[in-house]
Design a protein around this ligand. Structure first.
Ligand SMILES: [Fe+2]
Ligand SMILES: [Fe+2]
Ligand SMILES: [Fe+2]
Length: 408
């Protein structure tokens, strides 16, 4: 099994960047909440390890949200009654070997302290969850003033009063006390107002060195995000898993190395991560997309590159994933590179993507049967779009490909 030399913070940060852009109303919510929560945690005197857990969980706290409409509600308090995204997020983390220890934090990041204090989990996890709850409310309240271009510093007392009013019921009194201390600092509010918490997050990224991460662990991390993308629309359920499975299968049939096959699997999982930035209504539109809408949807392959480009150690995976809509005749997108410049692996991901998509229902058509899928793949190979050798490999293993694409 392969190992990858990466910085876990860098990977979590970059992938969470995609989450922050699900909606346009509340950009960088995850990072801002992480900043506020970490300031509270520091004031509380938590250990480095604890602060690290807090920051990581805070950056990912809304990972259970992938639909644009749901994301828009993040800025409303009624949201606090909605525990669905807490459960979805907790399940996503529970299945990731690197982050499973923070699953309960995500589950309880909207649980009132009056209830949470009696829940049977580790006290430190309760405090981290409640700290994120408090930080989230501070950010949502701040947003009201930021949207109106008003001065956050001038209005800070209203925000502080709101937190104090909920002391004991929603928030742990000791955490409220820690927040009151940091809220005295003008710098705290100015940084929040400027939106410039990037220095804060880059320090956090540099806090741990690169380390070798095993394929299965990295895969479980990447699957958090591929499941978020696939959950955006009922039509794309398990699309990324299917593309990953099929790309790996084709790599094996074409006798690529074990390492390349595992990298192909990760590329398949990540290829559509840029779709997190595409509004849900476009992904689910029944009619034909307008020219403008089509351009917005097409941008997702560039966004896949944009989201992954800063994860050192994943360069090849990023390249193969981001080139899944390139075509041999140079008429794909977003680079319009052609034959000689497209690696075999990028061509495999492209074929796997077309195959899996054709095997699924879409808003504008039903799933196709294997014969119809094969006819389209052959036609695209004849037209010089898809690689004929890979398409032949599909033809020779047609039913096994279908099982792989359906993850059976
Ligand atoms: Fe939340
Ligand atoms: Fe795509
Ligand atoms: Fe795709």
């Amino acid at each position: 099994m392969s190992t990858f030399n990466i910085n876990l913070h860098e990977a979590v940060y970059s992938l969470s960047n995609a989450l922050d852009l699900v909606g346009v109303t509340h950009i960088h919510h995850g990072k801002r909440v992480a900043y506020i929560a970490a300031e509270c945690g520091k004031q509380f005197g938590w250990t480095e390890q604890c602060l690290d857990d807090l920051f990581q969980a805070a950056i990912l706290h809304d990972c259970g949200v992938s639909k644009t409409a749901v994301h828009a509600r993040l800025a409303q308090f009624e949201w606090e009654q909605d525990s669905e995204h807490c459960q979805i997020g907790a399940e996503l983390l529970a299945n990731c070997s690197l982050l499973a220890h923070l699953s309960d934090v995500i589950l309880h990041h909207h649980t009132c302290w009056s209830v949470l204090k009696d829940v049977d989990i580790d006290m430190q996890l309760k405090l981290i969850a409640n700290c994120i709850y408090l930080a989230e409310r501070v950010d949502v309240l701040s947003l009201i003033y930021l949207v109106d271009q008003a001065n956050l510093l001038l209005n800070r007392q209203t925000i502080i009063d709101n937190i104090v009013e909920n002391c004991g019921e929603l928030f742990c009194p000791e955490l409220v006390a820690a927040f009151m201390e940091i809220a005295e600092s003008s710098l705290f509010w100015l940084l929040l107002e400027s939106g410039d918490t990037s220095g804060y997050t880059s320090t956090w990224q540099a806090y741990i060195p690169n380390r070798r991460i095993e394929f299965v662990d990295l895969k479980s991390l990447v699957q958090i995000f591929s499941h978020i993308v696939d959950a955006k629309s009922p039509f794309t359920k398990e699309h990324s898993d299917g593309v990953a499975n099929l790309a790996k299968f084709l790599g094996e049939r074409l006798e690529l190395s074990e390492e390349s096959c595992e990298m192909l699997e990760l590329s398949g999982l990540l290829h559509d991560i840029g779709k997190l930035r595409v509004p849900s209504e476009l992904l689910e539109k029944e009619g034909k997309l307008t020219a403008e809408e089509y351009l917005i949807v097409q941008k997702h392959s560039f966004d896949t590159y944009d989201i992954l480009k800063n994860i050192n150690g994943l360069e090849k995976i990023t390249e193969w994933a981001a080139q899944h809509h390139e075509r041999l005749d140079g008429k794909g997108y977003h680079l319009q590179i052609s034959n000689g410049s497209l690696s075999l692996e990028a061509r495999i991901v492209a074929v796997a993507d077309v195959f899996q998509a054709l095997a699924q229902n879409r808003p504008y058509r039903n799933a196709l049967n294997v014969d119809a899928i094969m006819a389209i793949l052959k036609q695209q190979a004849d037209e010089g779009q898809l690689d004929a050798t890979i398409v032949l490999c599909v033809e020779n293993n047609l039913h096994a490909c279908l099982r792989a694409a359906y993850c059976q």
